[in-house]
Design a protein. Structure first.
Length: 296
């Protein structure tokens, strides 16, 4: 029985592994992952139940210097998410030095007054002896409730990290049903799965200028789920790259996305994809609102 809970923001610079960690703690995929920065654009809520505690994890976009209105939105999401929570989990890479992004996040954590835990990720990439210096550097920068070395990729240290997160839980009502792992609508997750494949399959700037809208989501009586996805990009040249020679790239993206959708929905999926151009949508307030990027 759940008797206590904690709302915990996971924050850090781009590509530090926040979504990989979120998925590992939940035990299922609730956030898309790629090796490109700024993969996460919205705050994603994930629910983890451990014993009598319910942890509501807020996976946030990477904290970075924005270059367009979409970037401004993403950074504001992080700033808002650090405030008014029961705790903050700052995720960093195993580097012996506090970077500018980390320093600003630490400053905001101090302002919020929330207890903070530091997780040093990717420890499978460094020698153990190096961790002592990194831990000492961050301990001097902030009074963390705990510092836990982990590898979100291999699972090392995640049990210890979970124990520390549970300590942040306070007596109170259960916030979500015990069988719920995220509050994201199925349409949104399916759109994100398509965008993940764009990030994985395409190079350079092209995937960062894309957005995905699910325009049809219909479950037939025989259990087949029919999904129509429209991919928006910023240039005609990008549209050609996404479609590929004889449609090969778009077909590959669709097949990869469909496979993940079927696993997520536990149903057969018929997916159709289209590509449309919306120039400079990342700097358009109205277009950002249409795609759901709003502070309201």
């Amino acid at each position: 029985m759940i008797t206590k809970s904690a709302m915990i923001t996971i924050c850090g610079r781009p590509n530090v592994g926040k979504s990989t960690l979120t998925n590992a703690l939940v035990g299922e995929k609730v956030a898309i992952v790629s090796n490109k920065p700024q993969t996460t654009r919205n705050r994603i809520t994930a629910i983890v139940n451990r014993g009598d505690a319910q942890l509501v994890l807020l996976d946030t976009p990477g904290f970075h210097r924005p270059h367009d209105r979409l970037g401004d939105y993403m950074v504001n999401v992080v700033k808002q998410s650090v405030a008014a929570v029961d705790g903050v989990l700052l995720l960093v890479e195993p580097v012996a030095g506090v970077g500018a992004q980390e320093a600003e996040l630490i400053s905001r954590i101090r302002q919020s007054g929330a207890p903070a835990i530091l997780a040093i990720n990717k420890i499978d990439t460094v020698e153990k002896a190096q961790l002592l210096k990194i831990m000492s550097t961050y301990a001097a920068a902030c009074d963390f409730a705990a510092i836990v070395p982990i590898s979100a990729k291999t699972g090392e240290g995640l049990d210890e990290l979970t124990e520390e997160l549970v300590k942040l839980a306070v007596p109170g009502p259960q916030l979500f049903p015990e069988d719920m792992i995220t509050d994201q609508p199925e349409r949104q997750i399916c759109a994100e799965l398509v965008r993940e494949k764009l990030l994985i399959c395409l190079d350079k700037e092209v995937p960062h200028g894309t957005a995905v809208e699910i325009t049809k989501f219909h479950e037939r009586e025989d259990g087949l789920v029919e999904i129509d996805a429209t991919i928006y990009c910023e240039k005609d040249s990008h549209k050609g790259i996404i479609i590929g020679r004889h449609g090969a790239m778009l077909k590959k993206i669709g097949e990869l996305a469909r496979t993940d959708m079927e696993e997520f929905l536990d149903a057969r999926v018929f997916l159709q994809t289209w590509v449309k151009v919306k120039e400079n949508w990342r700097d358009s307030v109205s277009q950002l609102r249409n795609f759901g990027f709003t502070d309201e």
